[in-house]
Write a protein that binds this ligand. Structure first.
Ligand code: NAP
Length: 310
């Protein structure tokens, strides 16, 4: 899938750098070339992506209609190998995050957890390495390459000491974003990449060189997620991949600040431990959170739930 991955990266960059409205574009599945609002010179094995409803699909053309910049409707898909279709389903939607961000004037959030069958993201004492399989790790690195920033809460930085790079795939390391008031220990981030580090904090922290601190007001210690996302947008960080932990992601979810939720569901049970999404108690099934559209796609021996939040 390397050739296709390069094409996806190229498509993502071409779309985010394109300043006009996009009616259609072509992606050459052989060499990853991209053309926006015009034809490709090499028309062999080309995929047409259509953004505007009024554009018709040429006869027998392999094409995908992009509905609301997120839903994919395939046409003449018999020309695609099943693993190519799966890869497009898994990664194509994230090429359009910059368009959504410009519509909403805030960074778009994709949140990810690797969780057990009973919804736990860590054991009782905080161990979480690794709940997901190796394909999920590669998936997370692909998502980091597709998003401009990757964010974790201060406790995850402290407990897991993550590197937050794309070392398992080709791509550019994202900007690293820490939410909260972390102790001044960023070794895992500083030693692994030169990508920028931003801290969104509510306290006046002792400043370290090479770290960008953004002080925002808070309520009960929690900063309004949408304020963080608006600030990120102003920093030209149009998309952010939130990788936990539970309190950070749950608070964003509760405040309607997650656009896409990815749950990697591993075939393991804990029966105790940390719940991934933690929300105020509801009493009726009908009060449960639903998604606009969702999919369950295979990732190695496990499944990935991907839901577009309402
Ligand atoms: N399985 C997985 O996919 C996965 C992924 C990541 C983490 N984990 C696990 O999750 C656990 C950590 O989760 P956690 O819930 O304890 O911690 P966390 O979400 O990583 O961090 C919580 C802290 O982040 C800060 N914070 C979060 N949202 C904030 C907001 N809106 N405004 C201001 N500050 C905010 C607060 O920091 P201050 O207290 O500094 O103010 C808060 O105490 C670890 O065991 C880790 O291994 C699992």
């Amino acid at each position: 899938m390397n050739y296709l991955w390069d094409g996806i990266l190229n498509l993502k960059s071409s779309i985010s750098e394109y300043n006009n409205s996009i009616a259609f574009c072509y992606l050459n599945l052989n060499n990853g070339a991209v053309a926006i609002n015009e034809n490709l010179s090499d028309r062999t094995n080309q995929l047409l992506l259509i953004f505007k409803k009024e554009i018709a699909i040429p006869d027998k053309q392999l094409a995908i209609r992009i509905v609301d910049n997120r839903q994919l409707l395939f046409f003449n898909e018999d020309q695609l190998a099943s693993e190519t279709k799966l890869f497009l389903q898994q990664y194509l939607p994230y090429c359009f995050l910059s368009i959504l961000a410009k519509e909403k004037e805030r960074a778009i959030v994709v949140a990810h957890f690797a969780q057990t069958l009973d919804g736990k993201i860590a054991t009782e004492n905080g161990d979480s390495k690794w709940i997901g399989n190796k394909e999920n790790l590669q998936h997370a690195h692909r998502m980091r390459a597709l998003c401009k920033g990757v964010a974790v809460g201060s406790k995850t930085l402290e407990i897991d000491a993550p590197k937050l790079t794309v070392r398992h795939v080709r791509g550019t390391d994202p900007v690293r974003i820490i939410i909260g008031n972390p102790p001044p220990v960023f070794d895992s981030l500083l030693e692994s990449s030169t990508a920028a580090i931003h801290v969104f904090c509510s306290k006046d922290l002792a400043k370290l060189p090479n770290i960008n601190y953004h002080y925002l007001s808070s309520e009960d210690g929690m900063i309004c997620p949408k304020e963080i996302l608006q600030k990120l947008y102003r920093l030209n960080i149009f998309s952010v991949y939130i990788e936990g932990g539970a309190s950070t992601t749950s608070y964003f979810f509760e405040k309607g600040a997650i656009d896409i939720l990815q749950l990697h569901i591993a075939p393991i049970l804990f029966g105790s431990g940390t719940n991934g999404i933690q929300l105020p108690i509801i009493n009726k099934v009908k009060e449960g959170k639903l998604f606009d559209q969702y999919s369950f796609l295979p990732v190695g021996d496990s499944m990935m739930f991907t839901g577009f939040c309402k």
